[in-house]
Each structure stands twice: as C-alpha cells, then as structure tokens.
Design a protein around this ligand. Structure first.
Ligand code: ATP
Ligand code: MG
Length: 330
C-alpha cells in the first residue's frame, strides 16, 4: 500500500506566493509517488469570522488554484473539509484527550488571538481539528510551510497520547518542509510571515494578481539601507527576495551567489518580479481555463469527497470502538 499524504489550505482571503511555495508546489511533487489528499479546510477558516458569500466563493476558487498549480484529480483527491463530517466528529474525540495547556502554548493561537476583540473557542481548538484532519486519513507525510511545524508536533503528541491511552490506532505523521520557500516573509515587513489574513497593501503577491500589480508590489518591497547585495550580511528584506527567486527558479546556492553578489537592490527586484511573473502568467492561464468550464470544479470536489469519505468513516469507527463509544460493529 502506498503511504498517504495529506495537507490543506484555508479558503480565507487570497492565496499568495507563500502558500504556493510552502504548500501547493511541493504537493505536486508528492502526488505521483503517494496517495494524496488535498483539503480545502473551510472549518478552519471560520475560526475567524468570514462573510458567508465570500467563503462560499473562496472554496471553489481555492480548489481551482490547486488544480492550476498542477494537482491532478486523477492521482489525488481534492475535497472540502465540511463535506466529510468525520473531520468534526474525530476532532471532538481528540479534544477530549488534549490538555488545554498544549493549545495555549501555540504561537499561531497567541498571534491570532491578539488580533481579535473576542477570542472564539475555535481559535484555541484549531490545532485539534488539524490533528483530526491528518489522523483521520492515517497520513504518513504532511507537507506544509514552516509556520505549521508546531501544529504538526502537536498532532504527533495527540496521536501518541491517544495510542498510549487506547492502544495503537493512529499513524504518527512526519512533517515535510520544502528546502527553500518554507517561510516567505511579508514584502512590506520582512519580519512577519506572508499571510492571507494580513490586511496591509503591499504585503503579499497574490496568485491571481495581474502582472503589473505583481511588479509594483515587488518593486516596493522593504529592503535596507545598504547599496547592494552582500551575502555575508543580508538584511531580512533582501534575503526574502533572494529566497523567493531561488524557490521559483530552483537555482543552487552557488548559482545564486555567482549571479547576485554585488547587484543593486533595484535590479534584484526587477529580476525577482520577472521570475515571479513568468511562473504566475501560465498558472493564471490554467486557472482561467479551469474556471471557464461550468461545473468542473464542483465535480472534482464531489469525486474527491466520495473517494475519501470511506477512509475517514473507517477511522471514526475504529476510534469509537477503541474509546468504547456506541457503534454496531465490534
Ligand atoms: P491565514 O492568514 O488565513 O492563516 P495563511 O497564508 O497562513 O493564511 P493557511 O491557509 O493558514 O495560509 O496555510 C496554508 C498552507 O500554506 C500551510 O501549509 C502553510 O504552512 C503554508 N504557508 C502559509 N503562509 C506561508 C508562508 N508565508 N510561506 C510558506 N508557506 C506558507
Ligand atoms: Mg495560516
């Protein structure tokens, strides 16, 4: 049996080049070797208020972006989290084995909670639902960006705790981070990671931004007061631009140093902008083709849900039996 890969993206806001380099692009590399499930995690998105009509539209848009990135629905299942009720069911069972202290320590919880006037309980429970998403499919590998590494550690802790309380039940998953592009920083502020939910203009390059806008955002990126690139003392803004270039080009470190040493920041930005545009233009063309066929994306999501639901339901049955919950099968 092929090992299983699972990962997801929240359909909140506009997907950006950080989501592409940290998640979507690495996923494409996995799908031929492994049985892969890629999920639009709408139940995660509602941990922060989402206008319903926008959320509904973003779910299909996110699925179409997965397809445009090269996820092939013949090899992989693309599905929506709320379309498979077992996610929420397992999340409750795992909530009951998770100490609150583990959740209160999460960096993302602290950061997102600080930005809210009222903190919904969902924001605290988020990593348990994420553990349920992964453990439900007995996934062995979870390819994510670096910001999710802490949640993956928690998933492993929850799986191990459950296994030791109730007997071997869950595969304990491995985290997979890309070697370059695992943490793309904000272009306006290179000390914070690029995020869909960041409100400031100039923060991110969205995957569907028109080429002129991409160029403008990159040309305005925050750098530092040095005149040119010096690899022995890179400021965070310049380092981020170089990382973005390297992740899209797949150049080696030697190629990067040979080409960029001593280059003025204005020229660096132009080259980064052209590298990003040359990747996103064909990507956007595929996106337009995919979305121009009425019903296509909805069909992909329906098939994805049909394919994965039996796996998810079998895990919930197993967990119910292990915990002594009511089930007709023994
Ligand atoms: P939000 O602000 O709504 O949380 P986000 O940009 O963090 O949005 P998510 O949907 O939370 O996006 O994450 C989807 C995937 O993209 C995850 O695997 C995450 O690790 C990855 N990712 C998110 N931001 C970055 C980034 N700046 N660099 C690399 N990977 C990222
Ligand atoms: Mg996030």
């Amino acid at each position: 049996m092929k090992a299983r890969v699972f990962s997801g993206v929240q359909p909140s806001g506009n997907l950006h080049i950080g989501n592409y380099l940290g998640a979507l692009a690495p996923w494409v590399g996995y799908q031929r070797q492994f049985e892969s499930i890629f999920c639009i995690v709408d139940l995660h998105a509602i941990t922060v208020h989402q206008p319903p009509d926008e959320l509904r539209a973003k779910i299909e848009e996110t699925a179409a972006l997965f397809l445009a990135a090269g996820i092939d629905p013949k090899h992989s299942s693309i599905m929506v989290q709320s379309g498979v009720p077992a996610h929420a069911e397992l999340a409750w069972m795992l909530t009951c084995v998770t100490p609150v202290g583990w959740l209160e320590r999460m960096t993302q919880y602290k950061a997102k909670a600080a930005a809210q006037q009222t903190i919904g309980d969902g924001l605290l429970q988020y990593p348990v639902l994420m553990a349920a998403d992964i453990l439900l499919y007995q996934a062995a590998i979870v390819p994510v960006g670096e910001d999710q590494a802490q949640h993956l550690e928690l998933t492993r802790d929850i799986a191990q705790r459950f296994n030791s309380l109730y007997g071997e039940t869950f595969v304990v998953p491995q985290t997979s981070l890309p070697s370059v592009g695992a943490r793309v920083m904000g272009l306006d502020d290179p000390t914070v990671k690029m995020s869909k939910s960041a409100p400031n203009a100039g923060h991110a390059v969205a995957l569907l931004d028109p080429p002129d806008r991409i160029r403008k955002t990159i040309m305005r990126a925050t750098t530092d007061s040095n005149p040119a690139i010096d690899f022995s003392s890179l400021g965070p803004g310049v380092e981020n631009l170089l990382n973005i270039f390297q992740a899209f080009s797949a150049w080696t470190n030697d190629q990067m140093r040979g080409h960029f040493t001593g280059m003025r920041y204005g020229d660096l930005k132009k080259q980064v902008a052209e590298m990003v545009v040359s990747h996103l233009e064909p990507f956007q063309k595929r996106y337009r083709e995919i979305t121009s066929e009425p019903g296509y994306v909805a069909g992909v999501l329906r098939k994805g849900a049909e394919r994965v639901a039996p796996i998810a339901n079998a895990t919930v049955e197993l967990v119910k039996r292990r915990m002594g919950l009511y089930t007709e099968s023994r």
